[in-house]
Ligand binder design. Sequence first.
Ligand code: GLP
Length: 251
Amino acid sequence: MSTRAPEVRICKNQEAAVPLLLQEVRPLASPARRALLGLATGSTFTKFLQALAEELRAGHTLADNLVATHLDEYAGFAPDRVGGMVHELGTHCPPLLTMLARGTFVPVPYVGDAGLLRAHAERLQQLGGVQVQFLGIGRNGHLAFNEPGTAFDSGFHVTTLAETTREDARPRFLPAEPPAQAVTSGLATILAAKRLVLCAFGKAKAAAVRAMLQGEVSTKCPASVLQNHGNVLVLLDPEAASGLGGAASAS
Ligand code: GLP
C-alpha cells in the first residue's frame, strides 16, 4: 500500500493527451531495455494508437524494440475477427499486426482455458512484466473487463460483462448482439505494472472518475484500486474531470 496519490493532469482533449502518452512509450523501447508496454483499447485510445502507428512506421528504434501486450479480449474473438480487441488495435495501429506476427506483440488468449491463461501470465513475466500499463475506465468504474465486484487479488480470468458494458459495446457488433463474456487481465495483474496511466475523456466518465479518485477503495468501483498503487498518472479532459474537487495540473 502506498500513500502517493494518483497524479491528475487535465488535457484540453484526447488529442492533447497523445504527446504525453508517446512520452511514456519511447523510453520503454530503447535497445537496452525492451520493456513491456501494456496497451488499452476503447475509443479513448484511438488517437494515441494512430499516432503510435505513425511513430512505428517512421522510427527504427521504436519499431525494432517495442514489446507490447494489452488488457482483454472478447471470448471467442481470434485476432482477425471484427469487433475483437486485437482486431481493433490492428485497425488503428497496423504495425502491431507485424509485431503480432514477429511475436513482439503478445495477445491476450481469446479462449479462457486455465492453462492458456497461466501460460500467458508467465510469458509476460518472462518479458520482465508490464512496465507501463495504459488504462481506460468504464462508465461503471471497470478497468479492462473487471466489472464491479471483481476481487482485487484477481489474475487473468473469464468474466461476464455488465449490462452497461454490453450496451456501450453494442454499436461495434451490430446487427449481432454484443458478446456476454471476455477474457481479462485481473486487478492484481494490472496493479503489478510498475506504472499505470489512465485516460478518461467526456462527461459520461465523470462519475466513474470521481469514484475512482475520491471515493472509498472498494470493489464496487474497481478503478478505486488505483489509489493503492503509488505510481499512477491520470489524464482527463475538463468534462471527465468535472466531478472532481481539488487540485489538478493543466496540460
Ligand atoms: C472496454 C474495455 C476497457 C475500456 C472501456 C472504455 O470496456 N475493456 O478497457 O477502458 O471499454 O472504452 P471507451 O474508451 O470506448 O470509453
